[in-house]
Ligand binder design. Structure first.
Ligand SMILES: NC(=O)c1ccc[n+]([C@@H]2O[C@H](COP(=O)([O-])OP(=O)(O)OC[C@H]3O[C@@H](n4cnc5c(N)ncnc54)[C@H](O)[C@@H]3O)[C@@H](O)[C@H]2O)c1
Length: 309
């Protein structure tokens, strides 16, 4: 009993020591950021690459000389993006794919393995939103949100993660949202779907750590506030100078940086990412008060893209 207590105390001391150094490292990294890894000639698959943030991600990864695999349900739009990538001197392979359809994901993943090779970065970006009061949401709309925004991540991961583990390298990125950390009005289905993918990233990382493969695959969740892509048509923000509606280029730049520096969670804008954990130290009520104070939100029935697709 005595030795067990001594052992526990020693282990706790080691744990506290490590935690202390991690905090110091975090502060050091604020001043001297981690150097970026190269994605030159790496195969980067981006879903929902035909428009908005996905399009910008494709262009920015192209500038880093990655080989792009672009998926979207809208074939014309990914064709246009592929043209833009080629104009930058990049390589893009396009595949029309509805990520919510398990069978399409399976058959297109098999084609990619043959036609392009191993995917080393999987960026699950495709997403939809309804922006409806909870009582007005139809079951089919809820199912669609969860299928595209959450289940699709499982379908693509089932195809590409085993090979990453086999090769001993890879990076999985989930496009979440601040709605994956906070809740907002008219986003019940959307918030649930975005919380879920953060949970998926965290649990997968722990599972790989548990089986001794913790350091080979990186997991990242991107959590932007509202972005000007038409996804939310007329958003409002109380302090546009402090918390503006973001440009997709900025979000893609921060997302690409998060991948290149192996960040776990990247909130965009990044200053909000530093504030959220600080407010988490206070009771929940304080956190919610802070969120309501900033007051950035969507209006009901206000998604252009929901009407397009
Ligand atoms: N715009 C925002 O305010 C905002 C904020 C936070 C997070 N996000 C997230 O960022 C991601 C991209 O959003 P965006 O603003 O660029 O939206 P967008 O509508 O401009 O682009 C989304 C793309 O995904 C494609 N897509 C939709 N359903 C698909 C499916 N089933 N299969 C394949 N492709 C499909 C669309 O055709 C479109 O090209 C989404 O996951 C969204 O939830 C957006």
């Amino acid at each position: 009993m005595f030795f067990a207590i001594v052992q526990l105390v020693l282990e706790l001391l080691v744990l506290y020591g490590k935690a202390f150094f991690m905090i110091l490292e975090g502060i050091f990294r604020l001043i001297f950021p981690v150097s970026e890894k190269s994605v030159k000639d790496e195969v980067v698959l981006i879903t929902g690459a035909g428009h908005g943030i996905g399009r910008e991600l494709a262009l920015q990864f192209a500038k880093k000389q990655a080989i792009l695999v672009l998926w979207d349900i809208n074939e014309n739009e990914i064709q246009n993006v592929a043209e833009e990538v080629r104009k930058l001197g990049g390589v893009a392979h396009i595949y029309k794919c509805d990520v919510s359809d398990l069978h399409q994901v399976e058959s297109i993943a098999a084609r990619i393995q043959q036609e392009v090779g191993d995917v080393s970065i999987l960026f699950n970006n495709a997403g939809v939103v309804n922006l409806k009061p909870f009582n007005e949401l139809e079951p089919a709309e809820i199912q669609r949100t969860l299928s595209v925004n959450t289940l699709a991540h499982f379908w693509t991961l089932r195809q590409f993660l085993p090979r990453m583990i086999e090769l001993g390298r890879g990076h999985v990125v989930a496009m979440s949202s601040v709605c994956g950390i906070l809740g907002g009005p008219y986003t019940t289905d959307y918030s649930a779907s975005k919380h879920a993918v953060i949970g998926l990233m965290k649990a997968l990382e722990e599972e790989l750590h548990f089986i001794g493969k913790g350091d080979i695959i990186h997991f990242t969740a991107i959590c932007p506030t509202i972005v000007d892509t038409g996804f939310v048509h007329h958003p409002h923000t109380r302090f546009p100078e402090i918390l503006p509606i973001l440009h997709p280029k900025k979000v893609a730049r921060e997302a690409v940086n998060a991948v290149l520096t192996n960040k776990r969670i990247a909130v965009v804008p990044s200053w909000l990412g530093y504030l959220i954990p600080i407010f988490r130290l206070f009771p929940d009520k304080v956190f919610i008060m802070f969120q309501r104070f900033l007051d950035q939100a969507a209006n009901p029935n206000d998604s252009l893209r929901a009407k397009v697709h």
